[in-house]
Design a protein around this ligand. Structure first.
Ligand SMILES: [Zn+2]
Length: 211
C-alpha cells in the first residue's frame, strides 16, 4: 500500500526526471503558462487517473475529477458552489481547450450506489445529492434493461451517465457556441477496467466502440 513516505520518494524521482538534467518542460510550462488542448472530466476513483491511463505528460490535460465524472447542467450562480462548472469555465473560456472528454469507467462506485438505491449516510448525504445528476441515466437504464442483472445494468448506466454529461455540457452557452462554431469538440469515452479497453461514443452508430 502507498504511504505518505512512498509519495515523498515518488516526488523525488519526479523531481529528478523533470527538474534536473536540463529538462526544459517545466521551464517552458512556467514561462509560457499552461496551454492544454484537452479538458477531461474523470471520476475520483483511484483506478482511473486520466494522466496515467492516457499516458500524458505534465501540461497535456486540464483535469476535472468528481464522483462518477458527472457534469451538472448550467445553473444560476446564486447558491451552491459549482466547482465543476467553474473549472469548465476556466478550461473553455480562459485556456480555450479544443476538446472536452467525459471519461467514464466500469465498476464506478457512484453509479453502483445510484443503481442500488443504497443510501450512503443520511438523507442529506452529499453523494446522494450529487448522484441525482444521473437520475435520468438510471431511469433510462431501468426502462431498457428491466430484466437484466445488476452488473449489466450498472455497466449500461455508467455509459448513459456519460451521454447525460455530454448533453449537460451543451447547456453552457459558451460551450454550445464553440461546438456550433466547430472550435470545440465533445467526446464520451469509457474505460473498461475489467478488460482494459478504451471505448468512445460513436454519434453515428449510437454505440460505444473500441478506440
Ligand atoms: Zn467512478
Amino acid at each position: 500500500m502507498t504511504s505518505p513516505q512512498n509519495l515523498i520518494e515518488g516526488f523525488h524521482r519526479f523531481h529528478e526526471q523533470h527538474f534536473t538534467d536540463d529538462d526544459a518542460l517545466y521551464r517552458q510550462l512556467v514561462q509560457e503558462g499552461q496551454t492544454p488542448r484537452i479538458l477531461v472530466v474523470a471520476c475520483c476513483d483511484s483506478r482511473v487517473d486520466p494522466a496515467l491511463v492516457l499516458n500524458c505528460a505534465p501540461g497535456d490535460l486540464f483535469v476535472i475529477r468528481n464522483v462518477a465524472n458527472l457534469v451538472p447542467p448550467a445553473e444560476s450562480r446564486s447558491g451552491g458552489r459549482h466547482g465543476t462548472s467553474a473549472a469548465l469555465e476556466y478550461g473553455v473560456r480562459t485556456l480555450g481547450v479544443a476538446h472536452i472528454i467525459v471519461l467514464g469507467h466500469a465498476h464506478c462506485g457512484g453509479i453502483r450506489a445510484l443503481m442500488s438505491g443504497r443510501r450512503t449516510g443520511n438523507g442529506n448525504s452529499f453523494i446522494n445529492s450529487w448522484m441525482r445528476l444521473a437520475e435520468d441515466a438510471r431511469t433510462r437504464t431501468e426502462r431498457e434493461l428491466a430484466d437484466a442483472g445488476p452488473e449489466v445494468r450498472a455497466r449500461a448506466c455508467e455509459r448513459h451517465a456519460i451521454l447525460g454529461s455530454l448533453d449537460n455540457l451543451m447547456t453552457f452557452p459558451w460551450i454550445r457556441e464553440r461546438v456550433e462554431q466547430g472550435t470545440l469538440a465533445l467526446h464520451g469515452w469509457y474505460f473498461d477496467i475489467e478488460c482494459g479497453k478504451l471505448l468512445g461514443y460513436n454519434r453515428t452508430s449510437h454505440k460505444f466502440e473500441a478506440l
